[in-house]
Ligand binder design. Structure first.
Ligand SMILES: Cc1cc2nc3c(=O)[nH]c(=O)nc-3n(C[C@H](O)[C@H](O)[C@H](O)COP(=O)(O)OP(=O)(O)OC[C@H]3O[C@@H](n4cnc5c(N)ncnc54)[C@H](O)[C@@H]3O)c2cc1C
Length: 249
C-alpha cells in the first residue's frame, strides 16, 4: 500500500488529482475498521492529518466555516455555544477516544445514513465545501448525500470544510439506539429553529438510504406562531408544515 503524506492543502489536492483512487484518511476511525476487516484494500492512502488548514475554523461572512479535520471533541469544546445541535450529536459519537480522533469531515466522507453529524447539518442547512486542484465548490448538505454510503464528491476532490450559520434559535438532537453509549443510531433526529426567518429545519438519520430532511420543513412558507398558542412537541401530520399548537390541544 502506497502511503501519501502531503504537508499542505495544495499538495494534498495535487496528490488527489494524480491518484484519484487514493483513499483519504483523517481520524481513521472508519477507514482503519474497513482495512482491518478487509472490506477495503486501497492501493494508496492520503494521510490528511498534517494539513493545518483542515483543523481551522472561523467566520466566513454569515457562516461558520469549519475545517473537515476538526474533531468531535473540539466541536463540543469550542463550538458548543454556537452550534448546540451539532455539539449534542457529537457527544453521542462513540467513546472519548473516537471523539478525539473522529472528524465531521470523515463522517461526511463515509456518508453513512446512520452518521450522527448529518441530521444537525441538514437541520441547519449546512454547506459542504469540496475542493480539487481545479477549484472549489459549495454544495448544500441535502444534495451531498446521494445513496447509502455514497456522496457527491468527485474522485479528484477532497472535503475542505463545512459551513453552517451559528444557531439562530433552539436546537435539539435525539438518537435512539439499543443502549446509551457506543451505539449506532436506530433512528436519529435533529431540529433547528431559526427565529429570524421563522423556520424550522429538520434532519433524520437511519430512516432512509441517506440522511434526509423532512420535506415539509423545507416548505417555502415559514411556520407562523399565533401569540395565543404555545409550542408543544407534537408532530404535525404528514405533508403539513410544522406549527405551534394551541395550548392543551
Ligand atoms: C468504536 C467506534 C464507534 C463509533 N461510533 C460512532 C457514532 O456513535 N456515530 C457516528 O456517526 N459514527 C461513529 N463511528 C464512525 C466514525 O467514528 C465516524 O464516522 C467519524 O466521523 C469518522 O471520522 P474520521 O476522521 O475518523 O474518518 P476516516 O476514518 O479518516 O475517514 C472516513 C471516510 O471519510 C473520508 N474522508 C475523511 N476525511 C476526508 C476529507 N477531508 N476529504 C475527503 N474524504 C475524506 C475517508 O476517505 C473515508 O472514506 C464509530 C467508529 C468506531 C470505530
Amino acid at each position: 500500500m502506497e502511503f501519501l503524506q502531503p504537508a499542505t492543502w495544495p499538495e494534498a489536492l495535487a496528490m488527489k488529482a494524480a491518484h484519484p483512487e487514493a483513499l483519504p484518511i483523517a481520524g481513521g476511525t472508519d477507514v482503519m475498521v474497513e482495512i482491518n476487516f478487509d472490506r477495503q484494500r486501497p492501493a494508496s492512502v492520503i494521510d490528511l492529518t498534517r494539513i493545518a488548514d483542515l483543523d481551522e475554523w472561523g467566520m466566513d461572512g454569515a457562516f461558520l466555516r469549519i475545517g473537515a479535520g476538526v474533531t468531535y471533541a473540539r466541536i463540543i469544546d469550542e463550538l458548543g455555544d454556537r452550534l448546540p445541535g451539532l455539539a449534542m450529536a457529537s457527544r453521542t459519537v462513540g467513546s472519548p477516544q473516537i471523539r478525539n480522533r473522529g472528524t465531521v469531515g470523515g463522517n461526511l466522507g463515509s456518508a453513512s445514513p446512520a452518521g450522527d453529524a448529518h441530521p444537525p447539518l441538514l437541520a441547519s442547512d449546512a454547506l459542504v465545501e469540496l475542493a480539487s486542484a481545479t477549484g472549489t465548490r459549495r454544495l448544500p448538505a441535502r444534495e451531498f448525500y446521494i445513496g447509502p454510503k455514497r456522496n457527491a464528491m468527485r474522485k479528484d476532490e477532497l472535503i475542505a470544510a463545512f459551513l453552517v450559520e451559528p444557531a439562530k434559535g433552539a436546537q435539539q438532537f435525539c438518537k435512539v439506539g439499543t443502549r446509551n453509549a457506543m451505539v449506532i443510531a436506530v433512528c436519529s433526529f435533529a431540529v433547528a429553529l431559526d427565529a429570524e426567518r421563522r423556520q424550522v429545519g429538520t434532519g433524520i438519520g437511519s430512516a432512509a438510504p441517506t440522511p434526509v430532511r423532512w420535506p415539509a420543513s423545507a416548505s417555502s412558507s415559514p411556520p407562523r406562531r399565533d401569540p395565543s398558542t404555545t409550542c408543544a412537541a407534537r408532530p404535525p401530520t404528514a405533508g403539513t408544515p410544522w406549527r405551534c399548537w394551541p395550548a392543551g390541544a
